[in-house]
Ligand binder design. Structure first.
Ligand code: PYC
Length: 305
């Protein structure tokens, strides 16, 4: 498989350009199901050790169904598949730009959960006009074993999130173990309370650097934390801020990750309800390489958990 590796605010994306599974045609939602049902070993070979790691997000480039789109993409990770991926889209666009497959300017990209419009600024910067985002539940209180009662919101930003204030745990790299344990328990409690689709948990606290509005810690479905501020998570946050009247339409929201990397978000309200979020971030290319699959290798298809 030929791949190009990028990172967006510290979070890796491995873009699979060729040699991946042959998923045929049709809506990307259906092709993602085919990927999961018949070709899941490709996901594991790319994302899991020994070639990948728990934090690797894969991006399989596909022919789009909609001819107005420049590309289609299916995102995946160490345990499964994503709907959309904000940092991954930024990485994909910078990778395709480097290869000369995209020019600076606006393009449409098809994902399993809808079409997003991206602007490649011609350098490391990309703006993603994400899928419509909304809050599904405000102020859900869950009782998680060992954590007590925790209140947060459930929102969609291309993936499902539970968003809550950090319970006094500092959002710092030296607290990652505690943050991971906290978010994992929280996710299980939220899932048990009628939200089985929520697979990301996002905690918020004050920013560490001037100019940012907030810092976050995002735990992904495979127990890896997002090194970037999480594009779909920032979209979900914007939906909550918009519904609470805490951020005006068009105003900037600077979201800091646990590393201090930043996304800048803003939104437009939709007449149908919810918002259209726009997220700007930066990605850099780390490697252009070929992944080799040797059937004699006992770990050819990756080490699954
Ligand atoms: O940036 O949307 C994102 C994302 C989802 C999972 C990891 N990053």
């Amino acid at each position: 498989m030929t791949v190009i590796d990028t990172h967006t605010g510290g979070e890796p994306t491995r873009v699979v350009l060729s040699g991946g599974p042959e998923l045929g045609t049709g809506p990307l939602r259906e092709r993602r199901e085919r990927f999961a049902g018949r070709f899941d070993r490709f996901r594991s070979a790319v994302a899991n050790e020994p070639r990948g790691s728990d934090v690797t997000v894969g991006a399989l480039v596909c022919e789009p169904e909609d001819a107005t789109c420049a590309a289609g993409v299916i995102f995946f990770n160490n345990v499964g598949y994503l709907g959309m991926c904000g940092h991954g889209t930024i990485g994909l666009v910078v990778a395709l730009g480097r290869l000369g497959r995209l020019r600076p300017g606006e393009h449409r990209i098809e994902t399993p959960v809808g079409i997003v419009t991206v602007t490649w600024h011609g350098d490391s910067r990309v703006t993603v006009l994400n899928v419509p985002s909304h809050r599904a539940r405000k102020g859900l209180t869950v009782e998680a074993p060992g954590l007590g009662a925790v209140t947060g919101d459930v929102a969609w930003g291309g993936n499902w999130f539970f968003l809550a204030e950090s319970p006094g745990l500092a959002l710092r790299l030296d607290r990652v173990e505690e943050l991971t344990d906290y978010c994992w328990r929280l996710r299980q409690a939220v899932n048990a309370q009628g939200f089985p689709e929520v697979d990301h948990v996002e905690l918020f606290g004050p920013p560490a650097a001037p100019g940012a509005h907030s810092r976050n810690f995002v735990l992904c479905p495979g127990r890896a934390y997002d090194r970037s501020p999480c594009g779909t998570g920032t979209s979900a946050k914007l939906a909550c801020l918009a519904e609470d009247g805490k951020l005006e339409e068009g105003r900037e929201w600077v979201q800091e990750s646990i590393l201090g990397s930043r996304f800048t978000g803003r939104y437009r309200r939709r007449a149908e309800g919810g918002i259209e979020p726009a997220i700007t971030g930066e990605a850099f290319v780390n490697a252009e390489t070929t992944l080799l699959l040797d059937p004699a290798d006992p770990f050819c298809w990756g080490i699954r958990k």
